[in-house]
Design a protein around this ligand. Structure first.
Ligand SMILES: NC(=O)c1ccc[n+]([C@@H]2O[C@H](COP(=O)([O-])OP(=O)(O)OC[C@H]3O[C@@H](n4cnc5c(N)ncnc54)[C@H](OP(=O)(O)O)[C@@H]3O)[C@@H](O)[C@H]2O)c1
Length: 297
């Protein structure tokens, strides 16, 4: 567990729900919760909040033991729009409060709407309908602009982060502001789900440094990378729809990477962003990505 800047405690390890097939989602969530996971990361935009809610009910795990995150999609930015979207998400999840609600992306071309959406989150937080509020994909300048214009410091910023894109400067900015870092695509999944050039695949888990450490510690490549995140103080939310991977991914709390091993993994940074550039993200940019995925290019 990690203590957030508002005193709320949050698990450092969870299950991600992006690209989880809707038909499998309830089973995966049920399985994950029965096997020790307590943090769930979903989003309105993933289209599986309802199935996440079904998995929660099926697992029988008490609501008070869970930490459920969902995200406000950019098309729902604006104060009133955000309020309505929150109600829809809560209803889809079948919950009566959320643990963490995030702005999914900043929209730099219309930051006023981004601010208005965050103000809705502040109101929901004040009304105790959410235990903590935060952001995702914010660059340091977006964080500064947000904090200059609102009252509640986000508890965390969920960003693309893995050894090929280790975001050291952003992590340092988070530390200065008292904001936790949460890593999305922690094991490099974005290179699989959204390859920029399918003819030149990027395979973080096959990197010789990662594989070498996996052999040395008798762990999987994914476990090595996930351990690197947690030793850097990052919260991780790897996604898998395979039960054996869900079990092994979370089994990283029985070994430690030494300082030289952490440095070797730090040395893999290539500033290689797999996902969209937050400076350029808005609704048309998102639609172009969806089209590209559909066309398989
Ligand atoms: N805020 C944002 O904008 C944003 C963007 C992207 C993601 N996210 C969140 O972050 C979560 C994680 O990111 P992600 O799903 O993009 O990528 P990820 O967790 O880094 O990687 C997921 C990929 O790795 C595979 N995998 C999982 N465990 C493995 C293992 N032990 N060995 C080999 N392969 C393994 C999965 O395949 P199988 O499922 O087939 O096992 C899947 O293809 C998402 O699910 C979502 O909740 C947030």
């Amino acid at each position: 567990m990690v203590k957030l800047n508002n005193g709320v405690e949050m698990p450092v390890f969870g299950v991600g729900c992006f690209a989880l097939p809707t038909i499998q989602t309830a089973d995966v969530i049920d399985f994950a919760l029965r096997n020790g996971y307590r943090l769930i990361d979903t989003a309105k935009n993933y289209g599986n909040e309802k199935e996440v809610g079904e998995g929660i009910v099926r697992s029988g795990v008490k609501r008070s033991e869970l930490f459920v995150t969902t995200k406000l999609w950019i098309e729902d930015f604006g104060y009133d729009e955000a309020m309505r979207a929150f109600d829809r998400s809560l209803q889809a999840l079948g919950l009566d409060y959320l643990d963490l609600y995030l702005l999914h992306w900043p929209v730099p071309t219309d930051f006023k709407k981004t601010l208005a959406a965050y103000k809705a989150l502040e109101k929901l937080y004040a009304d105790k309908r959410i235990r903590a509020i935060g952001v995702s994909n914010f660059q340091p300048a977006h964080l500064r602009q947000l904090m200059d214009n609102t009252d509640v410091v986000p508890v965390l910023n969920q960003v693309e982060l893995h050894p090929y894109f280790s975001q050291q400067a952003l992590r340092q900015a988070h530390d200065r502001y008292g904001i936790k870092t949460e890593s999305w695509s922690p094991i490099g999944g974005v290179f699989v789900t959204l390859p920029k050039d399918p003819t030149r695949p990027v395979r973080l888990l096959e990197d010789p440094v990662v594989v070498g450490l996996a052999q040395k510690h008798r762990k999987s490549a994914a476990q090595i990378v996930l351990r690197w995140h947690t030793q850097h103080g990052c919260i991780v939310i790897p996604k898998s729809q395979h039960y054996e991977r869900l079990l092994s991914n979370i089994d990283i709390f029985d070994f430690t990477l030494g300082a030289d091993e952490m440095a070797a993994l730090d040395g893999l940074d290539r500033d290689l962003r797999g996902g969209p550039d937050p400076e350029l993200f808005d609704v048309p940019a998102f639609r172009a990505i969806v089209e590209r995925r559909r066309a398989g290019v």
